[in-house]
Design a protein around this ligand. Structure first.
Ligand code: GLU
Length: 326
């Protein structure tokens, strides 16, 4: 496996689909600490590739909220940098170039399955969190059939031929992972039939072109990693070190998500909560702070090492939240 040499480089990669909530803040704080504790370079990249889910107005507010929270970065849409642009929506040419390279070596095929057909698939039993494996229907179409469908005006997604592949890698926190791509969604889409580039392709290209050596992100994204590693191998990119961190859960044991509107940094700030208190709570849950005592990300640096990242999901209770508000 190709490895990076030299200075550590990490990234914060928020999607502007809502305000930053406590769950995001937890992941960004741990990603920030794991890079800054090693004097690494940090990139802020806005993952606004999906026009249906991303909303322009959140891009500005999420940068503002992250700064308020006490995080900083060396490159990003607000300060520029050598790998710009830092908004995925402005990086289409990079993704198209990578896609063309994959097409040129016949690693892809057009997929004409309709949304309805794919929705039907979604109700089939599937491995939790992995997405419904694509059964490879269009993989078997010959050139003549493909040409006839294009002729008839049918639009096609582009899928990667990979379901026969198995990937092994060592996650810095989760240990050795071995996954068959057939179980991780099968031949996954690189570009949807409406032209939207997939998260998998965009993230893989960006991490490589931006020189990212270390990725710290929620364990909910772990099923995507084998797909990204397959792409790295085909495109000749190095594989970063991955650390998939545990999640922050709500009272009911569900992952904190953007729909928890009351738990956004913005809302807490409006209620008069200080950023240092939020960092105090999250760092306590991460085992980096002996109590929920207020602290800044900077002050946590001397006590942090990536090996000390938390191993278990943490639950935010009503009591925790009550203690935050002055
Ligand atoms: N943009 C993704 C998110 O907000 C993160 C993707 C990643 O870290 O690879 O969930």
């Amino acid at each position: 496996m190709q490895q990076h040499a030299g200075r550590v480089c990490g990234r914060l990669a928020p999607s502007p689909t809502g305000h930053i909530h406590l769950g995001n803040a937890w992941a960004f704080l741990l990603a920030w600490l794991s890079v800054r504790s090693r004097k690494g370079r940090l990139i802020l990249r806005v993952e606004d590739i999906d026009p249906q889910r991303s909303k322009g107005e959140f891009t500005g507010t999420l940068l503002e909220d992250l700064r308020w929270f006490g995080l900083d970065w060396d490159e990003g849409p607000d300060i520029g940098g050598p790998a710009q642009p830092y908004l995925q929506s402005l990086r289409m040419a990079c993704y198209e170039e990578a896609l063309a390279r994959l097409e040129a070596v016949d690693a892809t095929y057009p997929c004409f399955c309709t949304r309805r057909e794919l929705r039907h698939l979604a109700s089939a039993p599937h491995v939790e969190d992995m997405g419904t494996p694509y059964p490879g229907t269009c993989r078997r179409l010959d050139g003549e059939k493909q040409a006839a469908l294009f002729e008839a005006g049918r639009r096609a997604a582009v899928r990667l031929r990979c379901s026969g592949t198995t990937v092994s890698f060592v996650d810095g926190l989760q240990g050795e992972i071995r996954a068959s791509l057939a179980d991780c969604g099968g031949d996954f889409a690189l570009r949807r039939s409406d032209g939207v580039i997939s998260y998998q392709l965009a993230v893989t290209v960006d991490d490589a072109l931006m020189g990212v050596t270390d990725v710290v992100r929620g364990r909910d994204i772990l099923p995507s990693t084998p797909r990204q590693i397959v792409l790295q191998r085909l495109l000749g990119y190095a594989t970063p070190v991955y650390r998939h961190i545990p999640l922050l859960l709500d009272n009911g044991g569900n992952r904190l998500a953007k729909r928890h509107q009351s738990l956004t940094l913005r809302k807490l700030r409006q209620e008069g909560v200080e950023a240092r208190r939020v960092v105090g709570l999250l760092s306590h849950m991460a085992g980096l702070n002996p109590s929920e005592m207020s602290v800044s990300p900077q002050e946590l640096l001397p006590r942090f090492a990536p090996e000390n990242l938390p191993k278990h999901d943490q639950c935010v209770t009503e009591d925790n939240l009550r203690r935050l508000v002055p």
